[in-house]
Every structure is written in structure tokens, then in C-alpha cells.
Design a protein around this ligand. Structure first.
Ligand SMILES: [Zn+2]
Length: 428
């Protein structure tokens, strides 16, 4: 028993939590941050206003961040079938259905996805949202509305994912993109590699984002064709323009098809430009290489070359039960697990790609399970990082800004607000 009085400042004490190192500790939080770690049971008593939460048997990690989702498309796998199972089939299925979608219908599916992400331990996510003829601005309106609704639980960054061309007088796509930014989208997105002029469209995306003072996150080279290498163009465009809004290249599949020297050269350019890369193993494994009967490529980017060059790499889930990927459970541990098995990345780095790497790309403050860091944490019923990845248990505890958002051990895993059971309606 301590001979000093209770620590009145501590508002939340997470007791008997296991760290990735194996140590078992009590974690004190005050306001939105972690203020101290103690050997379990060694802290002086907490004040009467402190919430105590026993995490015996649970591993505590920095909370997850999803760097690349498509919440406007989530849960449409049954209503938008994609018989060919490839990227072109998925895009066609989406464009066929998009004109009929309403703001309310899109928002409903997005809320369901957000709920799943939060229950799995996400405190921030970036979603690409379709903008263009057919869907108009309805998906952006829906996602901006949902982002506001859930802002007390999860940061949602909305990327205006526009079609092409953006170049040329009277571009309807460009007007829609500008309208989406005006509505409140905070990043420019697009898929220059699918356009008629990928180089000009890449430069246009950088220019528009720079003029608007927003971030940039492009679907880049989502193809096995090595001749398509706009990742290098993006790096050059960012350097040439001095763009400082934060540039991310998602997918970068074709880089993985090049020989080592090209991978190394491009990775160096990407690192020098400060462009981050998001790898999306689940969707790429599903959509790519459908025509390869023998030894199909895995469709992942050149992870080792990017790491050697010092590029910030994050891993995302991409699509969630839609024409682009009929599977997925809104769990960053799923992407991390695939990085281990399909990308030959070690367990620690794989989890880092859905925590520290994703945080860096979303420009969020660094989180470690240590004093002085934000209290954004997830606790999982596992004894080690490897076991957490292998078993990906449900029933997680999620802490954001020093507040318990979810205790999935209560009831049957329902998300609670402020510790209440069955409280989904209270927060969504
Ligand atoms: Zn995507």
C-alpha cells in the first residue's frame, strides 16, 4: 500500500494489461493522454472519480487506424454482383448501380461499416468516396454527414475520389471535384492509371490539391502491367510542385512486377518526395491476376524495396464486402495478417502498418503505449502480438482520448458508449 494519497488526476486506470514486450502493467490515463505506466498493482490508489478497467489476459496496443476504405461501397456485394471478379468488372458493377443510390442508403451502409471498424479497435479511418457523373455528390454528402455524426468516436477523413479526365476545358469531373472539396472533403483522390493520359492526370491531381490546400491520396498503378508506373510520376510531380499537403499512393501494384533495380530507384524517389504508400493486400489478391493460370502474381507492391528506402508504408482493408472484394470484416488485423502470409512481412512490422504507419499517413499524432502519448488504445484477448494476429479475437476494448468507447466483453460484443450495454443507438 502506498503511503501517499490517491492520485486524483487519473481518470482511467487500465489494470493488469499485457504489453507487446510481455510486461504486465497498470496504465494511467488523464484527460486524453497516458500519464504513467506502473508494474501491475504498484501504483498508488486512484481517486474516487477514476474508472478502473481490468484488462487481465488482454494485450494492449496503440489503437488501429484504417488508412484506406471505401465506406460508400461497403456491403454491396450481393446487390452489385461482379461475375468476372476483376477490377474492370467491379468498376462496371459500381457504375451500373450508382445512379440509383441515395444519400440515406449510402449513409446507412457507411454507419454499419464505421460501427464494425470501431468495435475492432479503429479510432481513425480514411475513406475514398466516389465523385462523378452517376453518383454526383451524393456519396460525399452521405459520408461527410456520417463523419460528423461519429466525430466523437472516430476521425473520418473523406477523400473525393473523382473520375477522369480532369484536364481540359469544361471538365465535368473537375467541377464535381471542386464542389466536393467545397462541401468539406479534405483530400483529392483519383485513379490516373485508369485514364487516357495518366501522366497529365497525375500532375493535375497534384496541382488541384495544392491549389485547394488539401491532401492527396491517389489510387496508383492498380495493375500488374509494369509499363504503367505513375508512382514515379507522382513522386516527380510532388517534388516539382513543392506540394506539402501530404501525398499518399495507394496500391502501387505494378512496382512489384519490376526487377530489383527499378524497384530500388522508384522507392528512393518516392522516399525523397515524402510520398507514403498504402498496400491493400486483400483486394489486390482478390482482383489481380485473374487471367494467370500458372503461378499468378500476388499483386502486392514492392514492400521490401519501399522499406529499404525508408518510405512510410501502411496497410489497409480497401473494399468491404462489395464488388471489389466480397469478403472483409473491417478489421485491420486482417490486412496485417495478409501482409505476413502474402507479403512476407514480419508480425511486428505488419501490425506497425495498421498502427504507426497508418497514423503517419493520416498525419495523426504518434501513439505508443507509454507516458506522454495519446490514450488511443485497443486491448485484445491474446498473450502476444503473433497470437493476436493469428486469432484476431473479437470482444475488444477500445479507448480513445482516454475514454472507453467499446468494451466488447460486455454482452455479446455490442458496442457501448460510456460503458453502457447495447448502446449502438446512442452513438449512431
Ligand atoms: Zn481503394
Amino acid at each position: 500500500m502506498s503511503d501517499v494519497g490517491p492520485d486524483a488526476a487519473v481518470s482511467l486506470r487500465l489494470q493488469r494489461a499485457r504489453l507487446a514486450s510481455g510486461a504486465v502493467v497498470d496504465i494511467d490515463c488523464a484527460q486524453a493522454g497516458i500519464v504513467a505506466l506502473h508494474a501491475a498493482g504498484a501504483a498508488r490508489p486512484a481517486g474516487p472519480g477514476c474508472e478502473l478497467l481490468d484488462l487481465s489476459g488482454m494485450l494492449v496496443l496503440p489503437a488501429f487506424v484504417e488508412p484506406h476504405a471505401h465506406l460508400d461501397k461497403a456491403y454491396t456485394a450481393d446487390s452489385m454482383p461482379n461475375p468476372s471478379g476483376d477490377l474492370a468488372g467491379a468498376i462496371a458493377a459500381w457504375h451500373a448501380a450508382a445512379p440509383e443510390l441515395t444519400v440515406a442508403e449510402i449513409a446507412g451502409r457507411a454507419r454499419r461499416a464505421v460501427r464494425a471498424y470501431v468495435a475492432n479497435g479503429c479510432v481513425a479511418l480514411r475513406t475514398h468516396v466516389a465523385v462523378g457523373p452517376g453518383i454526383g455528390l451524393r456519396a460525399v454528402e452521405a459520408l461527410l454527414g456520417v463523419a460528423r455524426e461519429v466525430a466523437h468516436l472516430v476521425d473520418v477523413q473523406v477523400v473525393a475520389h473523382v473520375g477522369h479526365p480532369l484536364v481540359g476545358s469544361g471538365s465535368r469531373q473537375r467541377r464535381l471535384l471542386e464542389d466536393a472539396l467545397e462541401l468539406g472533403a479534405t483530400l483529392v483522390g483519383g485513379s490516373p492509371h485508369l485514364s487516357e493520359d495518366p501522366v497529365a492526370e497525375t500532375y493535375a491531381c497534384v496541382e488541384i490539391a495544392g491549389e485547394a490546400g488539401v491532401g492527396l491520396d491517389l489510387h496508383t498503378d492498380e495493375t500488374l502491367d509494369p509499363a504503367m508506373l505513375t508512382l514515379e510520376v507522382l513522386a516527380k510531380a510532388v517534388c516539382a510542385s513543392g506540394f506539402a499537403g501530404g501525398a499518399t499512393a495507394s496500391h502501387c501494384v505494378s512496382l512489384g512486377m519490376h526487377e530489383r533495380a527499378v524497384q530500388a530507384r522508384v522507392a528512393e524517389e518516392v522516399a525523397a518526395a515524402g510520398v507514403g504508400v498504402v498496400t491493400l493486400p486483400q483486394t489486390n489478391l482478390y482482383l489481380q491476376a485473374r487471367s494467370s493460370v500458372t503461378a499468378p502474381p500476388r499483386g502486392l507492391t514492392a514492400l521490401a524495396a519501399l522499406e529499404r528506402a525508408g518510405v512510410v508504408v501502411a496497410a489497409g482493408g480497401d473494399n468491404l464486402q462489395d464488388p471489389f472484394n466480397p469478403l472483409g470484416r473491417a478489421d485491420p488485423l486482417e490486412a496485417a495478417s495478409l501482409l505476413v502470409s502474402a507479403g512476407h512481412v514480419g508480425v511486428e512490422r505488419a501490425v506497425g502498418a495498421v498502427t504507426a504507419g497508418a497514423r503517419a499517413l493520416l498525419r495523426l499524432p504518434t501513439v505508443e503505449v507509454g507516458a506522454g502519448f495519446p490514450a488511443d488504445l485497443v486491448a485484445i484477448g491474446a498473450s502476444s502480438l503473433r497470437e493476436a494476429l493469428a486469432e484476431a479475437p473479437a470482444g475488444r476494448v477500445v479507448v480513445r482520448a482516454g475514454r472507453v468507447l467499446v468494451d466488447g466483453r460486455r454482452g455479446n460484443g455490442a458496442v457501448g458508449a460510456d460503458g453502457a450495454d447495447g448502446a449502438e443507438e446512442r452513438w449512431l
